[in-house]
Design a binder for this molecule. Structure first.
Ligand SMILES: C=C(O[C@@H]1C=C(C(=O)O)C=C[C@H]1O)C(=O)O
Length: 191
């Protein structure tokens, strides 16, 4: 399945596979298959922060519309951020939040700024992570500083209070360069 990701940072298209069909290296697979909050897991490794890069109401890609079951040309809130550990970007993330998903108690999802979207998604009533796809990009084609080699990405379809949103996370080489990250194991999920 090929996604087109018009984005200031992402390449012209990403090719995604369902998580269960993509063999992953041990440590990388452990992080991409982790069902818990990425924010909460990163926070176990140092000072965590979010650096917003780009946020606008615009038309998602054709595949993002399809994954969200939205009609063509439907607009959504597109949010692109870096997640930082100890001041260093370790994840680039792109989220697609349909405007219809941003009403009532979900309204806060559209006003996160430098707060992590994950803190709201995993706050009760906890969002369901309904589907996960993975991709593998050559970072050489991305305008990311000091980033070369393979870039693994994960895209999740979350449903919060019955409303869907997509969250794509691209794990930068700076994350895998940390020995504490390579030794890390997922937290035991409650229940
Ligand atoms: C979904 C989560 O939220 C994280 C926070 C994001 C944001 O603030 O835009 C984007 C990607 C996620 O890694 C999480 O923490 O698991």
């Amino acid at each position: 399945m090929t996604l087109f990701c018009p984005s200031p940072i992402l390449p012209a298209h990403c090719h995604w596979q369902p998580l269960e069909r993509q063999p992953l290296p041990p440590v990388i697979g452990d992080w991409l298959a982790d069902a818990g909050s990425l924010t909460r897991r990163l926070r176990r490794h140092g000072h965590f922060s979010v650096q917003p890069v780009h946020q606008q109401i615009a038309t998602p890609t054709a595949t993002e519309l399809r994954l969200l079951e939205l009609p063509a040309r439907q607009r959504a809130l597109l949010r692109e951020v870096f997640l930082l550990l100890d001041g260093t970007p370790v994840v680039f993330a792109r989220s697609v939040l349909p405007l219809a998903s941003l009403h009532g108690a979900n309204r806060v999802l559209g006003h996160m700024a430098k707060r992590s979207l994950g803190l709201e998604l995993f706050r009760p009533p906890r969002a369901e992570r309904r589907a996960v796809w993975v991709t593998h990009l050559d970072a050489a084609h991305l305008p990311l500083p000091d980033t070369t080699g393979a870039l693994w990405g994960r895209q999740s379809l979350f449903v919060k209070r019955g409303s869907p949103c997509l969250v794509a996370e691209f794990f930068l080489p700076t994350l895998w360069a940390r020995p504490d990250i390579r030794r890390s194991r997922p937290a035991r999920l409650p229940g």
